[in-house]
Design a protein around this ligand. Structure first.
Ligand code: MYA
Length: 230
């Protein structure tokens, strides 16, 4: 194959992957709209029954070809950090707010708005959701520092309730590295009042030894290599 033919082929593959990722995002948006409407609706009972039937019909073709537990989604790129179904940040996940994170130097900054589907106490976020957002924020900061690891401890302090339907600002940073253990802290605030801490967390993350990584992720890594080679 000539260089230009090879180039055209790679370009076509990239286009296909980009189109698939855009479609996954689009499906994720539709699912999040569905989840939010389903949590907020006061539609008549008969409308709920009709909607349930239509949703089951729409779901059926998606279930015809599915991946197994150890298979990465074909549109993901684990090494580049592209994970479309991450339940906190994934554009394709119905569960994700989604939280958008970027870095400014050593500081990781996140933004999201939680809908009624995330309600715990009336009109405020469920405490477990705040912990989930902060675990992701701290994990991102730890990964960004070049020492990725798994959460072994997460201490969460709830100072004030987190309002729903209100833009939020989250921040996180690494505060200490001791061998394989990395400590990070983070907070949740309302975007309009970033100085007022609603929830704070400190997490400890541990970099896996090679043997631990093989034991926990060996099958998934093997499948990923196979699918890349094929
Ligand atoms: C740009 C970059 C972007 C990156 C984006 C990424 C975003 C990703 C975001 C994802 C975010 C979400 C992330 C998630 O959701 S991660 C999912 C939730 N976490 C887990 O499932 C982890 C479960 N735990 C384990 O599997 C084991 O504990 C592992 C394998 C991790 C360690 O195995 P093990 O337990 O046998 O430990 P060790 O013998 O190897 O020793 C390790 C060191 O750690 C210390 N230790 C252990 N436990 C604790 C503890 N509770 N408090 C304090 N320290 C503790 C221990 O004393 C030792 O220290 P030292 O004696 O060496 O000093």
């Amino acid at each position: 194959m000539s260089d230009s033919e090879n180039g055209r082929r790679l370009h076509a593959v990239d286009d296909g992957l980009l189109r698939r990722r855009a479609a996954i995002s689009d499906l994720g948006d539709a699912l999040r709209l569905l989840v939010e409407h389903a949590a907020a609706t006061e539609a008549p009972t008969e409308e709920l029954r009709r909607a349930a039937e239509r949703i089951r019909q729409a779901a059926a073709p998606l279930g015809e070809r599915v991946r197994g537990r150890h298979d990465s989604p074909t549109a993901d790129d684990m090494l580049a950090g592209v994970r479309l179904y991450n339940p906190v940040t994934g554009a394709g996940s119905a569960l994700a707010p989604p939280l958008e994170i970027h870095s400014d130097g050593d500081l990781s900054i996140g933004a999201c708005t939680l809908g009624l589907a995330f309600e715990g106490p009336p009109s405020f976020a469920h405490g477990g959701v705040s912990a989930m957002l902060l675990d992701q924020m701290l994990g991102y900061a730890v990964g960004h520092s070049g020492n990725p690891g798994m959460t072994v401890r997460l201490d969460t302090g709830y100072r004030k309730p987190v309002p729903l339907l209100t833009p939020l600002r989250l921040t996180a940073q690494v505060t200490g590295i001791e061998g394989r253990r990395v400590t990070a802290t983070g907070i949740i605030a309302v975007a309009a009042e970033p100085g007022e801490i609603l929830v704070e967390a400190t997490g400890v993350f541990v970099a896996l030894r090679a043997e631990q990584a093989r034991r926990l992720f060996g099958q998934a890594i093997g499948r990923m290599r196979q699918s890349r080679a094929g």
